[in-house]
Ligand binder design. Structure first.
Ligand code: FAD
Length: 461
């Protein structure tokens, strides 16, 4: 392990949070060592040795500032996020969403970090948290086993885990366009034909499909339980509610899918001029447009069952699966009371957490946590006050939430308007209130970034 050479800050994990943190800290004139264990030690979900690999969807969510995820992106743009810039440089058509070519995205990030004079990238697993030197733990939901155990030894039994699932990817050429049709919800996005491919269901197709999903064979979860710790969720099927496998949704209520990932609103079938009973959408997954993912269809069905059941989808009768859906582990600490809003461990101020491991959920939230921790690790090292992101901003609210939420039922939190402080004079319509939230946040984050307090170390380069 190359800790002995001098550096100011060690970052463990070259994922979304770790890469953003490295960039922010290095731009504040700190010498940073960024450790990434791939490709020599892979996780169950990553497929490459690339830094900042997007493990599942290639979409970073909405770009509209009156959506929580869109507002968070705007804040990141204002704060000078490297990864948001990378996403814009590698974006592909996806209506109002910011979707990227995942390889171009990673290449951009890696090249910027590798060429930064203050950053050294070391391809090595870190098993034990280094002593003496300030460190950011950004090893993500799939933190290696040894490091997980070491983290547990400093955080105690509050280190939790739960299950998440990823959606299948199929080839474009295997889609039957006699049935499937292109189009975005309410005709948004690319005006000519829309950015999504839609597979329409009749009522009978829908109920047959739901029944097949409910009864299909799933992969047993026991191996995860044995492998991982004996956290509070051991032995239970503990899923993150925002990313439930479709077969679990189908089992809860036969109509859940029609009101969830298969909702047909705004998706008129041009062949019948009617709204189908339900619709499955496919979203472009690579720049070449040869791969499409099934939107919202994370699953833990056995592979042969995915072949059988997902080929019941109208238009996907001959689908070729480039990647099957799968369940995955998701490691995170029980942040409330353990870390503060600057993501610093309360009982050891030299140690910071970021990303999914710190209890933030979603690609953009994880990038945001990396940005905040990179800035505040610099403040700590320079012995300056922390930069406090106003709670009226999405970044500030997320950080506030994970540090102060109710500990007992804590689960990672995604950007959403519900965590922002109430408006002083809220408009009647939801749409107008979202605009009010956005205006307030943009004003507050802009004044933060213009303050000398935010820029001091930046100018020290
Ligand atoms: C399978 C899966 C699918 C997901 N799908 C989505 C999605 O579609 N949309 C979404 O918004 N969010 C999704 N998430 C949640 C989350 O947004 C992503 O996991 C995101 O990449 C987390 O960012 P991160 O920086 O915390 O971790 P990561 O991006 O995973 O980065 C952590 C890095 O640390 C490395 N590492 C681990 N242990 C060590 C060690 N001991 N030493 C050195 N390096 C180490 C890993 O190899 C990895 O590169 C998904 C999560 C998983 C696990």
């Amino acid at each position: 392990m190359k800790f002995e050479d001098s550096c100011d800050l060690i970052i463990i994990g070259g994922g979304l949070a770790g890469c953003e943190a490295a960039w922010q800290a290095a731009n504040r004139n700190l010498k940073v060592k960024l450790f990434e264990m791939r490709p020599s030690l892979m996780t169950d979900a990553h497929e490459t040795g690339n830094l900042a690999e997007l493990v599942c969807s290639n979409s970073l969510g909405s770009n509209l500032i009156d959506r929580a995820s869109g507002l968070l992106k705007e804040e990141l743009r204002i704060c000078g996020s490297l990864l948001l810039n990378a996403a814009e440089k590698s974006k592909i058509p996806a209506g109002n969403a910011l979707a990227v070519d995942r390889n171009s995205f990673s290449r951009f990030v890696e090249s910027e970090l590798a060429n930064h004079p203050n950053i050294e990238i070391i391809r090595e697993e870190v098993k034990i948290i280094p002593e003496q030197i300030p460190v950011i733990l950004a090893s993500g939901p799939l933190t290696s086993k040894d490091l997980s155990e070491n983290i547990q030894s400093i955080t105690g039994k509050e280190n939790l885990f739960f299950y998440d699932a990823i959606a299948p990817i199929i080839t474009y050429d295997s889609i039957n366009f006699e049935t499937a049709y292109k189009g975005s919800r309410y005709g948004r996005g690319n005006a000519a034909e829309g950015d999504y491919i839609n597979c329409p269901f009749s009522k009978q197709d829908y109920y047959d499909f739901v029944e097949a999903l409910r009864t299909a064979e799933r992969i047993a979860l026991h191996s995860f339980e044995d492998e991982i710790d004996q956290g509070v969720n051991a032995g239970k099927e503990s899923y993150f509610e925002g990313c439930l496998p479709v077969e679990v949704l189908a089992t809860r209520n036969p109509e859940s899918l029609a009101f969830g990932p298969m909702r047909p609103v705004g998706l008129i079938d041009p062949r019948t001029n009617k709204r189908p009973y339900a619709v499955i959408q496919l979203r472009q997954d690579n720049l070449a447009g040869s791969l499409y993912n099934i939107v919202g269809f994370q699953t833990n069905l056995k592979q042969q069952e995915q072949n059988r059941v997902f080929r019941m989808i109208p238009g996907l009768e001959s689908a070729i699966f480039e990647r099957y859906g799968q369940m995955h582990r998701n490691t995170y600490i029980s942040s409330p009371g353990l870390i503060n809003e600057s993501l610093q461990l309360i009982n050891n101020e030299r140690i910071f957490f970021a990303g999914q491991l710190s209890g933030v959920e979603g690609y953009v939230g994880n990038i945001a946590s990396g940005l905040a921790v990179g800035i505040n690790a610099a403040a700590y090292i320079y012995q300056q006050p922390f930069v406090i992101f106003p709670q009226t901003t999405m970044i500030g609210s997320l950080l506030h939430y994970i540090a102060n939420a109710e500990k007992k039922h804590f689960q990672p939190m995604k950007a959403n308007f519900g965590i922002l402080p109430v408006l002083e004079d809220p408009a009647n319509s939801k749409q107008d209130r979202a605009q009010q939230y956005a205006a307030r946040s943009i004003k507050d984050i802009s004044s933060l970034t213009q303050s000398p307090y935010f820029n001091t170390f930046f100018q020290a380069i």
